[in-house]
Design a protein around this ligand. Structure first.
Ligand code: KE4
Length: 429
């Protein structure tokens, strides 16, 4: 079945005249998978619709925020209602206290939080706090992890940077790069070596507790608990970057799921319910070093604006135990159904899933970190991606990304999608 992308192609041509690559975030340009990105006109529950009138079952959900599904009626109503009272004041509001209290109540290691406008702002600020409170310059990140586009993070970065083959971005100074040390995810010895070689110089280790930006790779064998121990033993702060995993994999995120105590944590995506937002927080002793209480500066014109905060509050309100049970049931149904297809046909494919985030890797090689993802057959992945797109299923346009289930998906939709998956995989292998 071939679907029509004419209007999207025309819009893409026009967009490229005034916007770099025609997109406002690189991975959207489909450069990794090829072809024309559909220009989306509407989202509704589990579906998105494009300029040519095509409907897709959406497993990207704006890269994680739309955990309730697109245009949830009660979220939209709440946004409309609050916007009528004004969209931003640059002054404190009660709503910000409510969202901060909801985050603190849910996240075991969060005693205080500061709201910002994106995940990138959150991670940049958290690392600045770690450097400020320790007086140390260096930070450790993991090969293939992505923490937004802050200079310090664009070293061996995952997500779009990896997809486009530029994990080390030009424009990052040598000095900045020198302060970013690289370790391998799920390899605690690689972290210990960095601490041995850089005594008393490392301010923090920042980690995606589930590496979602090189495809979904869970921590193995108490890796996170070992990371906690190594940081404590060396006077470094442990920062859990939960922009993707926060409120996604459990009500208290990976912090709760894996029971690993963090000094600082970062959030985004789900806490904005589709509106621009981020947050960083953690132990009071560190967060009270943040301006205006402490000397570590961080600010933002639209931080905590009532529209994004309201969308976040109303989203978190609807993420109760029943919701996480439903997300787990839907996601298990999907991955079990796919595993049946893989097993029946002996396909060389590997699935990883934690809660409602998941990835199908085009290799039967075991995958521990981004080095292993190099074994994937990207050509076959791209055929999978386009085969499913042609069948009205919108997957993440990169092998190095995670997919997301929403509460708006149904078992009937998953049955239909599994049937399409079986047909597409049958054509590939
Ligand atoms: P934003 O600045 O894009 O809101 O958040 C950056 C970020 C930080 N930390 C983690 C773990 C993240 O996954 C992200 C952003 N995730 C990507 C998807 N892999 C955003 C999609 C995009 O870049 O367009």
């Amino acid at each position: 079945m071939s679907i029509n992308f004419e209007k999207s192609q025309s819009l893409f041509n026009r967009a490229q005249q005034t916007i770099p690559g025609g997109v406002n975030s690189p991975v959207r340009a489909f450069k990794g998978v090829g072809g024309t990105p559909p220009f989306i006109t509407k989202g509704q529950g589990p579906y998105i619709f494009d300029a040519d009138g095509n409907r897709f079952v959406d497993f990207v959900g704006s890269w994680g925020p739309l955990i309730l599904g697109h245009a949830h009626p009660e979220i939209i109503t709440a946004i409309q209602k609050i916007a009528q009272k004004g969209t931003s004041f640059g002054a404190p509001t009660e709503l910000e206290i409510e969202l901060a209290e909801m985050i603190v109540e849910r996240v075991p290691s969060a005693e205080m939080v500061r709201l910002v406008n994106s995940g990138t702002e959150a991670t940049m600020s958290a690392v600045r706090v770690a450097r400020g409170v320790t007086g140390r310059d260096k930070m450790v990140k993991f090969d293939g992890c992505y923490h937004g586009h802050g200079d310090s993070f664009l070293i061996a970065a995952g997500s779009g940077a990896l997809t486009l083959g530029e994990p080390n971005s030009p424009g990052v100074t040598k000095g900045t790069a020198a302060d970013t040390l690289l370790a391998q995810f799920n390899d605690i010895e690689s972290v210990k070596t960095l601490f041995q070689n850089n005594p008393d110089q490392i301010a923090c280790v920042i980690v995606e507790p589930i590496n979602g930006n090189t495809g979904c790779i869970p921590p193995q064998n108490d890796f996170l608990l070992q990371l906690r121990e190594v940081c404590s033993a060396n006077g470094a702060l442990l920062i859990l970057d939960e922009v993707m995993t926060g409120f996604r994999v459990a009500r208290g995120g990976a912090n709760e799921l894996y029971g690993v105590d963090a000094d600082l944590l970062t959030f985004g995506k789900v806490i904005g319910g589709g509106m621009p937002i981020g947050a960083y927080g953690g132990k009071r002793e560190f967060m009270e070093q943040v301006s205006p209480v402490g000397p570590i500066y961080q600010a933002g014109t639209l931080s905590g604006n009532p529209v994004a905060v309201t969308a976040g509050i109303e989203t978190l309100k609807r993420l109760d135990k029943l919701a996480y049970d439903k997300l787990e049931s839907l996601s298990a149904y999907w991955s079990n159904g796919l595993q049946t297809i893989i097993g029946k046909n002996g396909y060389p494919l590997t699935q990883h899933r934690v809660g409602s985030m998941f990835t199908l890797f085009f290799t039967d090689h075991s995958i521990r970190n981004t080095q292993d993802v190099a074994h994937c057959d990207i050509h076959q992945f791209n055929r999978w991606f386009h085969g499913m797109l042609e069948n009205g299923v919108y997957l993440a346009p990169s092998q190095y990304e995670a997919g997301f289930m929403s509460l708006a998906h149904t078992y009937e939709i998953l049955d239909e999608t599994l049937a399409k998956a079986e047909a597409v995989l049958g054509e590939i292998f």
